[in-house]
Write a protein that binds this ligand. Structure first.
Ligand code: UDP
Length: 324
């Protein structure tokens, strides 16, 4: 069964390609290289540089490789950018995913796993947030992904495509063998920014400390990229076995504040981080923590890197390797 990975040269997509290849699965990688890096994909994996919205190119790839399953990671990922440039998000994430789905339906693809996000919940009232919570995104990024979830449900019902939407909480860390990690694109995510600051390579600030949280900074649920990718492989098998409409939170269920991350980075790097408090970043909910019981209980997900210090240490090791 050949698996197509979109966004394969990106952070999470490249880890998925590595894991599939490690497991001996047939995989074909696509990426438009607008943010991804070609070198993150192993040379032995077939790679096509293409836009997910390019119906004829994608149709040809699906046919040529007899693709039966798609892991769809391609998309724009910054909350702040989505507030500044919402049309980019509705174009790349929502319209792009609809075009990809049209190609998949036409080619008879059987299973489709979508990279969704905790941002679909907005600022949830129930914490940790279960999958049954109301979707109420508070930024265009979350809205663009929620629209695709709805599209998937409708397309799945109409065309018999087995689908899953995995709602990622905050993904961080690097491949334990340091073959991939966060690279390329604009550096916006907290752990990477703090690690780069600890290495003296970028300035850093805390985006607001007046939130209704224990230390005033935003609380997130950081999940190691390798554990996240493992969830995809489990779900792929479930879809191949006939399940559909699988919606799952992927997070550990542990709340970590921005200040907790700063401390962990200081500990890992053995340095003190200048962390001045700046203004809030538009679109940031105060707290996002996953209820991931469904993934653990029903899909047997057993994380291997469920620890902030482990995540931060791997992010730091990757950054040291990458930038010397
Ligand atoms: N953050 C911060 N300084 C930075 C980058 C991020 O204080 O340089 C905060 C951000 O405002 C949010 C949290 O860290 O409260 C996580 O942000 P990130 O961009 O990593 O992920 P998001 O939750 O937005 O997907």
């Amino acid at each position: 069964m050949t698996v197509l990975v979109t966004g394969a040269a990106g952070y999470i997509g490249s880890h998925a390609v590595l894991t599939l290849a490690d497991a001996g699965r047939e995989v074909v990688a696509i990426d438009d290289l607008s943010a991804g890096l070609r070198e993150l994909i192993p040379a032995a994996v077939p790679f096509v540089q293409a836009d997910i919205a390019d119906r004829s190119r994608i149709g040809a790839v699906l046919k040529e490789h007899r693709v039966q399953a798609v892991l769809h990671f391609a998309g724009s990922i910054s909350v702040a950018e989505s507030v500044r440039d919402p049309l980019r998000y509705y174009q790349n994430n929502t319209a792009g995913s609809a075009a990809l789905l049209a190609s998949c339906v036409e080619a008879g693809v059987r299973s489709f796993v979508f990279s969704s996000t905790a941002a679909v919940y907005g600022a949830p009232k129930i914490l940790p947030v279960p999958e049954t919570a109301t979707l109420a995104p508070i930024n265009p990024y979350g809205a663009s992904k929620a629209m695709t979830e709805r599209t998937l449900a409708d397309v799945g019902a109409a065309h018999g495509l087995n689908w899953a939407a995995l709602r990622y909480f905050n993904v961080a860390g690097a491949d334990p063998a340091l073959r991939s990690g966060q690279a390329g694109g604009e550096v916006t995510h907290l752990i990477r920014r703090a690690v780069l600051a600890a290495l003296g390579r970028a300035p850093f600030a805390i985006h607001g400390d007046d939130y209704p949280t224990p230390d005033g900074t935003c609380v997130r649920d950081y999940v190691h990229v390798t554990d996240l990718v493992a969830a995809h492989l489990t779900v792929l098998d479930a879809l191949a076995a006939g399940q559909s409409g699988v919606v799952l939170n992927v997070g550990y269920g542990t709340g970590t504040s921005v200040r907790d991350v700063v401390r962990a980075v200081e500990g890992a790097a053995g340095t003190t981080l200048a962390a001045p408090v700046g203004p809030r970043r538009p679109g940031d909910p105060p707290i996002l923590v996953a209820d991931s019981k469904r993934l653990r209980r029903d899909f047997g997900w057993t994380p291997r890197f469920e620890d902030l210090d482990t995540i931060v240490a791997s992010a730091l090791a990757w950054e040291r390797k990458r930038t010397g």
